[in-house]
Design a protein around this ligand. Structure first.
Ligand SMILES: *[C@@H]1O[C@H](CO)[C@@H](O)[C@H](O)[C@H]1NC(C)=O
Ligand SMILES: *[C@@H]1O[C@H](CO)[C@@H](O)[C@H](O)[C@H]1NC(C)=O
Ligand SMILES: *[C@@H]1O[C@H](CO)[C@@H](O)[C@H](O)[C@H]1NC(C)=O
Length: 433
């Protein structure tokens, strides 16, 4: 009896606390400009009828929202920024932002939006038509790939900032990021891109910052015509090589960052050194081979542009490992020195070879003498003469020859009735009369 009553009370109590918690958690806080619905356990966009026209920021982050449905705000045109980060959003209902005519920022980072649902056909109509949008943040969604014409000027003609970092992107189709004529900042870092194609990023004539770091590029063969680009990040890729003159079309480039790649050596003609705008080229954390091919770097004396502020640690040769290449005098950056150990080993090898060949030759040349020593003094075999008549079929037998082979009794070829070549032949000629 007691136990069941207790159990019932506990259940009732927990139910009550649950109800209280959920109702209170759905109460969003707000002040004059900010509607704060963060971390309220929301599964949908709540209906909040009394939001005043002064509120410019809506924040629904850290909830369990899966579908972005219409906001039903009394004053949608006053909203400037909408934050929907860290939810489970996979669908944005058509035209939900349509009446927010002054909207500038949409942050949808860390949700479940897929690349195909971003495609222009759906995206344009689903997310809406924007007149003032400036920042679109899609960081941390599992986009996978961006299809052709995903971002065209159509819905985002005013976009200035696009964050597509950590979006599991492995493919950018041609013209997938295209014609965003006002875009200034594009972040494609922390993706799986392995091939950069100039055509995937096109018509971004105002782009100033492009972040391609933490991808999987191993070689850079082409570059888009980004005439306004000032900063290019290519850090933490697997870059070993860049094509000649690839940075030439970026004639406003000021900072080129190539840190944390696999470069072992870089030739000056690969870098935009003669560009008038360039201020900094970051080359740290590469496995540099500090040999004669790096001399140009150490010898570079130009005032405006110096690499000297950086520490370029040598990986090779071993005696310079960990050393900053700028601490090594240019005359000590040698190419032959790298091979000195190899040369030493090869020399030793050849000396040993010569000695072996010499010994072999000596043994060969003195074979008879050695054999003589062996046969006569050690074994002392008896000599035999073998008369061997070579009959070439002549009737008169005039040209017949008799070969006398003198050999020792120990010669086994005699037992086998063979002719031996290792013995001395004595050739005697005689005539019959
Ligand atoms: C309104 O609240 C947000 C956070 O909840 C805060 O950042 C902002 O400064 C507040 N604004 C005013 C005017 O109090
Ligand atoms: C936008 O405003 C129009 C007219 O007031 C209204 O009919 C429509 O439902 C609104 N759309 C959204 C998504 O709120
Ligand atoms: C790009 O995004 C990454 C990760 O979100 C961030 O760490 C990095 O600072 C961003 N790059 C720029 C240039 O803002």
């Amino acid at each position: 009896m007691d136990i069941t009553v207790m159990f019932k009370i506990i259940t009732m109590l927990s139910l009550i606390t649950f109800v209280i918690c959920t109702t209170s958690s759905s109460k969003c806080r707000r002040n004059e400009t900010f509607l704060d619905c963060r971390n309220k356990g929301l599964a949908n966009i709540p209906y909040i009828p009394e939001v005043p026209g002064t509120v410019t920021h809506l924040d629904f982050s850290f909830n369990q929202i899966t579908v972005v449905s219409p906001f039903n705000l009394p004053h949608p045109s006053s909203v400037v920024e909408v934050y929907l980060t860290h939810n489970n959003i996979d669908t944005v209902v058509r035209g939900v932002f349509d009446n927010m005519t002054n909207l500038e920022v949409i942050d949808l980072s860390y949700n479940k939006i897929s690349g195909s649902s971003l495609h222009i056909e759906t995206f344009k109509y689903e997310i809406g038509h924007f007149e003032n949008i400036k920042r679109l943040i899609l960081k941390g969604n599992h986009l996978g790939k961006l299809e052709r014409l995903t971002f065209t000027a159509y819905g985002f003609s005013t976009l200035e900032y696009l964050d597509l970092s950590s979006c599991s992107l492995d493919t950018l189709e041609h013209l997938s990021i295209d014609n965003l004529a006002r875009l200034k900042h594009l972040n494609l870092s922390f993706n799986y891109l392995s091939k950069f194609e100039a055509l995937s990023i096109e018509g971004l004539s105002e782009l100033e910052v492009l972040d391609l770091s933490h991808n999987e590029f191993s070689i850079l063969n082409e570059m888009s015509r980004l005439v306004s680009l000032k900063t290019l990040y290519l850090d933490s890729n697997r870059l070993e090589a860049i094509k000649e003159n690839i940075f030439k079309p970026l004639f406003n480039l000021e900072i080129l960052s190539l840190k944390g790649n696999m470069f072992r050596t870089l030739y000056p003609y690969l870098l935009p050194l003669d560009s008038h705008s360039i201020k900094e080229i970051r080359l740290e954390d590469n496995p540099w081979h500090c040999d004669c091919r790096m001399r140009w770097l150490v010898e570079d004396q130009s005032d405006e542009f110096v690499f000297r502020d950086f520490k370029l640690r040598c990986e090779f040769p071993s005696r310079y490992r960990g050393k900053n290449v700028f601490d090594i005098r240019s005359k000590d950056l040698n190419c032959y020195a790298d091979y000195s150990r190899l040369v030493l080993l090869l020399t030793l090898f050849f000396i040993v070879c010569f000695m072996l060949v010499g010994i072999g030759w000596f043994i060969h040349a003195n074979r008879k003498y050695l054999k003589h020593l062996r046969c006569c003094h050690k074994k002392g075999g008896n000599y035999v003469a073998v008369y061997h008549n070579e009959d070439d079929g002549n009737e008169d037998g005039k040209d017949d020859q008799v070969n006398i082979i003198i050999t020792t009794t120990e010669d086994e070829s005699l037992l086998n009735n063979e002719e031996t070549t290792a013995t001395e032949d004595v050739k005697l000629e005689y005539s019959d009369d």
